[in-house]
Write a protein that binds this ligand. Structure first.
Ligand code: CUA
Length: 320
């Protein structure tokens, strides 16, 4: 029904619309039954001159009341179950998804690719899942692409994520859907969906330029910047990258690993854990290591944090 008004440009859009249409049409049917039922009863049982038509006193009708409540309960549970199934699909991103960092601020969007591209627009290929890892530099924002039927808040100090797979090429508007100050309504951007070959060309063009810079000693890609941070901010003094524990745990193969913490809890090493460990290292200290790490609060930009995460993600596979 709403596909007349909005393009269905992602793999999730048809399922979101199916549930929306179900709720819309069943609600409309209930509305009409109630309105026309009322009209019928108003006319059928209107006040007449002859007193024998007085309505008898009614105290209730157990069977009818229970069946109305039962039907409504089933209707709500169907919507709940259906919504839950779709929500699961929306929340869990496929493991082969391409990742892009999104930073929201008053009042603009920045998209940073692991290869190092920075863009005010989101450029993605058609037919490939894309996972956005999002945070805000100031207040709450919300990333909303109506054509994809996806929306997710950006929260300062933590990463939230969202995924989609574009099914149509073209340009679709991005809105901020959380009031974030005077220019909230102007916090706009676009998703540009390219054919896979065109997207590859765009990336290759960038990689050539980045390679030229690399030769001059300037890093462009996030993992490279992260490696610089690792070396210049003294991370290497306590964290090895070859798997050998030192003052702190080695960073080799740590991404995605389950770590036991002092105090018995466990944590999965993901973007949020690395971010927290950089800014507030005492929050979750890995078991068997001293609480010795200084906070990097105020010393790293948002992008440098993303870069360190990307660097740590590359430390896997064959040991160096
Ligand atoms: Cu950002 Cu509203």
């Amino acid at each position: 029904m709403i596909s007349f008004l909005l393009p269905q440009a992602s793999s999730m859009a048809p399922s979101v619309d199916r549930l929306f249409s179900f709720i819309f049409w069943t609600s409309l049917a209930c509305f009409l039954i109630i309105v026309f039922g009322k009209l019928f009863f108003i006319i059928r049982f209107r006040r007449k001159k002859r007193p024998e038509h007085l309505t008898p006193y009614i105290t209730g009708h157990m069977v009818m009341e229970l069946s109305i409540a039962g039907v409504l309960l089933i209707w709500v549970m169907v919507i709940f179950y259906w919504g839950w199934k779709d929500y699961e699909k929306l929340r869990v991103s496929p493991s082969d998804a391409m990742e892009v960092y999104v930073t929201g601020r008053q009042w603009s969007w920045q998209f940073t690719y692991p290869e190092g591209q920075r863009s005010a627009e989101l450029i993605v290929p058609k037919g490939k899942p894309v996972k956005l890892i999002m945070t805000s530099e100031d207040v709450l924002h919300s990333f909303f692409v109506p054509a994809f039927r996806v929306k997710q808040d950006l929260i300062p100090k933590v990463y939230t994520s969202l995924w989609f797979e574009a099914t149509q090429t073209g340009t679709f508007p991005i809105y901020c859907a959380e009031y974030c100050g005077t220019a909230h309504s102007a916090m706009l951007s676009k998703v540009r969906v390219l054919e896979p070959e065109a997207f590859e060309d765009w990336q290759i063009g960038f990689q050539m330029a980045a390679l030229a810079l690399k030769k001059k000693g300037e890093e462009k890609d996030l993992a490279g910047i992260g490696k610089n941070v690792y070396e210049t901010k003294q991370c290497m003094a306590c964290h090895s990258i070859d798997g050998k524990p030192s003052v702190g745990p080695s960073l080799f193969g740590i991404f995605g690993k389950e770590e036991s913490l002092e105090g018995g809890a466990t944590v999965t090493v993901d973007e949020n854990y690395i971010r927290e460990s950089l800014l507030n290292p005492m929050a979750k200290v890995v078991k068997g290591f001293p609480p010795a790490m200084p906070s990097m609060q105020g010393q790293l930009s948002e992008e440098e944090i993303q870069a360190v995460i990307e660097f740590i993600k590359t430390l896997k596979g064959e040991k160096p």
